[in-house]
Design a protein around this ligand. Structure first.
Ligand SMILES: Cc1ncc(COP(=O)(O)O)c(C=O)c1O
Length: 401
């Protein structure tokens, strides 16, 4: 029996979430003890949070004080803690105050919240805005081009949105490139939204200097970040608590005030117990060694994957949680490869097309990219995945490069 009320065209036009699609293929794989399913699809931490955080969350959850609502912007102690922690990441001269920050129920909500605050209109997706894609290319290291971006800006443009380290390509955008985008956004009076969910997995120093005065690093001349920048962060990856749903937004005062108004009807406040648990542990720096160890482990796994992946599977980019790999089968779309990898070889990955609107999925060479999440498996599983990729070159029976 079909329902009697209508769904919005926007949600109908939105592609189904990628992970359930990949897991539907994986469910058809006959896993055995000797040949288990190897899941490199979802960008989830492969390890639990440290015991000190688990214990603190247990205690915070049991406290009656955690049961009430919080202010829209979040737990003041966590906001203070994160203002301090961001200086560790972006440099001591980073000008970040607790008042600049808002805690959301996960970074995905942080990601969609600016669109509510910037009053974008519903068009063709579940978000209340029209996203114009800024394509990146293998021969440019999957780095976005400010020139190409400039050519897409119209009088209707509200924001430039970048994800670095990127999902799905893994590309890490260097500080000078981000500074160019900051200049471009400022020139056109746009917001520059940076989703830096994977920033703690960058080992090459501060991800950028955009929180610092213009005299520092690559920040544009006369730069004042509170005119232009909206920064997004997730607690899911750095602290291994994706199920507890905490994200963060840093932005200009009028923007964060508008954001709190929007959040009041979306979440009221983010989950309270994990905020209470994290605040003292982040303030004291007690969790920092864990985050750094995990970043080193993920980097080691990237190196292992690079060393072991069969040569025909060409790595286009690696960074954050992901390796972006061109499959070796001539004339085949990545979706076909990922389906057979999951169903027949028990290796679960995502085709790049799952990250684009359905109309934008690529054919030919552009459609041959597969995302492997190296973060959610251990070293042994990385080796097994690479062995199975080599086997598929024969068992699939398809023409190879
Ligand atoms: C770039 C990016 N932003 C946000 C998220 C979601 O983070 P959260 O779990 O905090 O909602 C993800 C999750 O994979 C991501 O890749």
């Amino acid at each position: 029996m079909s329902q009697r009320f209508r769904l919005s065209q926007g949600i109908k036009n939105t592609g189904r979430p990628p992970i359930p699609r990949a897991y539907a293929w994986a469910a058809l794989y006959p896993a055995t003890e000797a040949r288990p399913l190897l899941d490199m699809s979802q960008g989830v931490p492969g390890v639990p949070p440290p015991n000190m955080l688990l214990d603190a969350m247990a205690a915070a959850s049991a406290a009656p004080s955690s049961c009430g609502y919080l202010a829209n912007a979040g737990d003041p102690a966590l906001l203070q803690a994160m203002a301090k922690e961001m200086k560790e990441c972006y440099g001591e001269d980073a000008d970040i105050l607790a008042d600049d920050l808002v805690i959301t129920a996960g970074c995905n909500l942080a990601f969609s919240s600016p669109q509510w605050s910037l009053r974008m209109r519903e068009t063709r997706s579940s978000f209340p805005f029209l996203a114009v894609l800024l394509h990146t290319y293998a021969n440019e290291g999957f780095l976005p081009s400010p020139e190409r971006c400039a050519s897409l800006i119209t009088s209707k443009t509200k924001a430039i949105v970048l994800v670095t380290p990127n999902n799905p390509t893994g590309a890490i955008y260097p500080p000078n490139l981000l500074a160019s985008f900051a200049s471009l956004a400022r020139e056109h009076n746009l917001a520059l939204v940076l989703d830096e969910t994977y920033r703690d997995f960058v080992s090459s120093g501060a991800p950028h200097h955009l929180f610092s005065p213009s005299s520092v690093g690559d920040a544009p001349l006369d730069w004042a970040w509170r005119t232009t920048l909206v920064h997004l962060f997730s607690f899911s990856k750095s602290f291994c608590i994706p199920g507890h749903r905490l994200g963060l937004v840093a932005g200009p005062p009028a923007f964060t005030a508008a954001l709190c108004t929007a959040l009041d009807s979306l979440q009221i406040c983010a989950p309270r117990a994990p905020q209470a648990a994290l605040a003292p542990l982040i303030t004291s720096g007690a969790l920092r060694p864990f985050v750094q160890d995990m970043a080193r482990a993920v980097q080691h796994r990237h190196a292992l994957f690079k060393a072991r992946v069969p040569p025909r599977w060409r790595i286009g980019c690696q960074g954050g949680y992901y390796a972006f790999v061109r499959h070796p089968f001539v004339g085949r779309r990545a979706e076909e490869i990922c389906e057979r990898l999951a169903r027949e070889a028990g290796v679960v990955t995502l085709p790049a097309g799952f990250f684009a609107p359905p109309a934008d999925e690529k054919e030919g060479e552009e459609g041959r990219w597969v995302r492997f999440s190296v973060a959610n498996v251990d070293d042994r599983k990385v080796e097994l995945v690479c062995e199975r990729l080599a086997e598929c070159e024969t068992t699939f029976g398809w023409e190879l490069d």
